[in-house]
Design a protein around this ligand. Structure first.
Ligand SMILES: *Cc1c(COP(=O)(O)O)cnc(C)c1O
Length: 306
């Protein structure tokens, strides 16, 4: 990855190489951390815009609440700190990673009075699943690993510990030559990918998993809103892997993956085997909104200049 000049660390701008923690940091041993992934886009007028920054900061506080971590910041303060980090690093377009973690203090599972520390890093980041993925679509497989049961890991928290499940599925998918994994919930319905939400399109109707075993993605919410505004019917409804096999189109959404079409699942070609018309349409409108080219969605953007 490309290194930058500064990382925001507990309210101070620290040189990149000096943003360090002790090896006995609680989160390193037990996964007690929460994070966000946010993107900033360069706009046609020379300014930049962070996509739905306030929503991401609110979700960070929600994740903290679920995990009983006390963050000494409001959503507004976190948002301001993200902008400060972008401008300190003169980053006009890229990725923003806020992370709060239980620090070094007592050892043992109980986090007790260990400090909760927060960092914000930013860096340039292109297409998450490869440059071709956004255009041509990707090949995916159903994971042998189930997404955690709704009473196991609290899927509404974007928590580091939850990612063990994602890492297992991702390694399996990559080792078998696929780009990404589709994970089923413990009842056997399609849940989400390792860090993306899932949509299928069948007979003109767009379907996405309801907010059960999945993280409530901000890209997911944005795509649902965009699609409805464009006149599509969107249903939040459980579906099975075989309904996915016979879909006309399918795609992933996420801050990192943006809107990535899926061309194959478990060796079954999806639709025409490339990005379908609905996926292409929504992807185009998503990028227009994110780059400030559609005034209707100006409220989603937090503008800044470097
Ligand atoms: C971050 C994440 C997503 C995507 O959420 P966005 O808000 O769209 O970035 C989906 N699933 C999981 C498990 C995630 O961690």
């Amino acid at each position: 990855m490309q290194t930058m000049k500064f990382i925001w660390f507990d309210g101070k701008m620290v040189p990149w190489d000096q943003a360090q923690v002790h090896v006995l940091t609680h989160a390193l041993h037990y996964g007690s951390a929460i994070f966000e992934g946010i993107r900033a886009y360069a706009c046609a007028d020379g300014a930049s815009a962070v996509f739905r920054l306030e929503d991401h900061c609110k979700r960070m506080l929600d994740s903290a609440k679920i995990l009983r971590m006390e963050l000494p910041y409001s959503a507004e303060q976190l948002a301001e700190a993200c902008i400060e980090t972008l401008t300190a690093n003169k980053l006009a377009e890229g990725y923003i990673r806020p992370l709060s973690f239980v620090g070094h203090g007592e050892m043992g599972v109980y986090p007790g009075n260990n400090p909760v520390q927060t960092i914000i890093a930013v860096w340039p980041w292109g297409a998450y699943l490869g440059a071709d993925a956004l255009e041509k679509g990707i090949r995916v497989k159903t994971s042998t690993f189930a997404r955690s049961h709704v009473n196991t890991c609290m899927s509404k928290a974007k928590a580091s510990g939850n990612y063990i499940n994602s890492i297992l599925a991702k390694i399996e998918a990559k080792e078998e030559g696929f780009d990404e994994a589709v994970m089923l919930d413990t009842s056997g319905f399609v849940s989400e990918a390792t860090g993306e939400n899932i949509f299928i399109v069948r007979e003109g109707v767009i379907k996405t998993t309801p907010l059960t075993s999945i993280l409530g993605g901000i890209t997911r919410k944005s795509i649902v809103a965009l699609a409805r505004d464009l006149g599509y019917t969107v249903e939040e409804q459980q579906f099975t892997r075989d309904e996915f096999y016979i879909a006309d189109e399918a795609f992933f959404t996420g801050t990192a993956a943006e809107l990535t079409p899926i061309r194959e699942l478990d060796h079954r070609q999806i639709g025409a085997g490339h990005a379908g018309p609905v996926a292409k349409h929504l992807q185009k409108e998503f990028f227009r909104a994110a780059r400030g080219e559609n005034p209707k969605y100006a409220g989603w953007l937090h503008r800044y200049t470097v």
